[in-house]
Design a protein around this ligand. Structure first.
Ligand SMILES: Nc1ncnc2c1ncn2[C@@H]1O[C@H](COP(=O)(O)OP(=O)(O)OP(=O)(O)O)[C@@H](O)[C@H]1O
Ligand SMILES: [Mg+2]
Length: 256
């Protein structure tokens, strides 16, 4: 859900990334407005995850610029400097990330998973955070299992716990890399429901997904990537019904 006048909160400009001789991202640019839900789709290996990771500098772009809510990091092929690390740290305070494989800490309860990052990173006290963490668990439908360990939860519950954990840092933007592809369709729907709720509340979200139904029904904007480039970016009905580029058409024919 996005209002036309909403400000741009994330801007990636001409992101380049190579691994060895292979150029994986060949100048990827996107602009995301506050409250937008953007899906990134495209064939396996086209660079979607690499691009998403570049947005919060889990992967360092070789060249290009990422700007998030007033924090801007430009790369020109030079070395990664202390100032870049400082800026990346600041940028990450605005950006939460959720992975396909949940990445919860197995030795901590669901509640402690949610409490850990604010405690360590922001130095906040358990007492002040606990109510907020329980409210987040309520929001994702996990209040009843707050004291259980991840191993005793279903995949869908674990992923919702991972979302609550990311939200505990109070990010303005959430990134998801195939959040439902390890899940069967019914529990996947619970996770997608949480993302829709966040969308209704105005959260800005960028989702790499192979779930074309979700991309079509829930997104404000769909980006089709191929071979390290953005081929086409359009609202879902335009992209799915009337794709402009032959590569998009071919991809959609194979997956729909
Ligand atoms: N750390 C790395 N070192 C070397 N090559 C890498 C690394 N990370 C990714 N790659 C390569 O970059 C290419 C793009 O990978 P990426 O994971 O971004 O694709 P993807 O679009 O997310 O694919 P999928 O849909 O299968 O998840 C692949 O060829 C991959 O092997
Ligand atoms: Mg991927």
């Amino acid at each position: 859900m996005v209002c036309v006048q909403a400000p741009v909160v994330l801007h990636a400009e001409q992101i380049h990334k190579s691994f060895g001789e292979d150029e994986i991202l060949a100048g990827v640019s996107i602009e995301v407005r506050e409250g937008e839900l953007v899906s990134i789709i495209g064939p396996s290996g086209c660079g979607k995850s690499t691009f998403l990771r570049c947005l919060n500098f889990l992967e360092r772009p070789d060249r290009g610029r990422v700007s998030v809510l007033g924090v801007s990091i430009a790369r020109d092929g030079g070395p990664w400097r202390r100032a870049d690390e400082h800026a990346a740290h600041k940028l990450r305070t605005h950006v939460g990330m959720v992975f396909q494989s949940f990445n919860l800490f197995p030795h901590l309860t669901v509640l402690d998973n949610v409490l850990l990052a604010p405690r360590v990173v922001k130095g906040e006290r358990n007492a002040t955070m606990r109510d907020e963490a329980m409210a987040l668990l309520e929001k994702v439908g996990l209040r009843q299992v707050a004291d259980r360990y991840p191993v005793s939860l279903s995949g869908g519950q674990q992923q919702r716990a991972a979302i609550a954990r990311a939200l505990a840092m109070r990010p303005e933007i959430m990134l998801y890399d195939e959040p439902t592809s390890a899940l069967d369709p019914i529990v996947a729907e619970e996770v997608l429901g949480v993302m829709r709720t966040l969308d209704d509340e105005g959260m800005t979200q960028i989702v790499v997904t192979h779930d074309m139904r979700f991309a079509r029904l829930a997104s404000d904007m769909v980006i089709y990537m191929d071979a390290g480039q953005v081929v086409e970016a359009a609202p879902p009905e335009a992209l799915f019904v009337n794709p402009q580029d032959e590569r998009t058409r071919r991809f959609l024919r194979t997956v729909l």
